[in-house]
Design a protein around this ligand. Structure first.
Ligand code: C5P
Length: 224
């Protein structure tokens, strides 16, 4: 059966990863969460006190970072491993979210992650979500989705998501984090977040998760 590459980009907390994960499952594709990769690099930099202005320290740290996704057969989740350790829960915490956009703006970090993402998605039949998938990682992707949603709705969704992981965070702190990340992600010099010219915009503000999955699967079928 013919398979395609699906790029899902957009602002923080628009429902990209939840949708992408479900679409991948439905289509029998693999799913790659590139945000988890930048979050893992951020966790490593945080733990090893890497100075974000020191190119040498950054290069050395990147050489020592190994990120992989492993399937957990118990709950069917794909979990993120950093140098052999399961960091899936740690990287979702707000202290990581508060640093990740600064780390992601560093050119050397992006080059290393993009190279790995291209290797991971070499075979067709992949759904990859992030900020630069349709513009930089896979500019030839057959289907590009650009997700948007009302900022307050996004913050509410993120609050629920964090609470489900046992992390109770004030809505104001989440709104501030989302705004800050959007600003850094859209204005950075290296591959800023922007809609690819050929991407299809999907506003998820008033859509259910099932609705979002249905829309993307429908578009995937058309793109075949
Ligand atoms: O998708 P998620 O919210 O987990 O991404 C965390 C952060 O990682 C984003 O705010 C952004 O700064 C960075 N990121 C990126 N490029 C990607 C994916 C994520 O710069 N492809």
């Amino acid at each position: 059966m013919q398979k395609i590459t699906i790029a899902v980009d957009g602002y923080s907390s628009c429902g990209k990863s939840t949708t992408a994960k479900k679409v991948a499952k439905k289509l029998g594709y693999s799913y790659i969460d590139t945000g988890a990769m930048y979050r893992s690099v951020t966790l490593y930099f945080h733990e090893h006190h890497v100075t974000l202005t020191n190119d040498k320290e950054i290069e050395k740290a990147l050489e020592n970072i190994h990120i992989e996704f492993r399937h957990n057969p118990n709950d069917g989740r794909n979990e993120t491993f950093l140098n052999g350790l399961n960091v899936e829960d740690e990287i979702r915490k707000l202290y990581i979210a508060n640093q990740v956009s600064e780390v992601s703006a560093i050119a050397a970090v992006r080059h290393a992650m993009v190279a790995q993402q291209r290797r991971m998605g070499k075979k067709k039949g992949v759904v990859m979500d992030g900020r630069d998938i349709g513009t930089v990682v896979f500019p030839d992707a057959e289907l590009k989705i650009f997700m948007t949603a009302d900022p307050i709705i996004r913050a509410n969704r993120r609050q629920i998501e964090l609470a489900e992981r046992g992390d109770l965070v004030d809505l104001e702190d989440i709104i501030e984090n989302i705004k800050k990340r959007d600003l850094i992600d859209t204005t950075r010099k290296e591959s800023p977040l922007r809609k690819a010219d050929d991407a299809i915009e999907v506003d998820t503000s008033f859509m259910t998760l099932d609705g979002q999955v249905e829309v993307v699967c429908g578009l995937a079928e058309e793109a075949l």
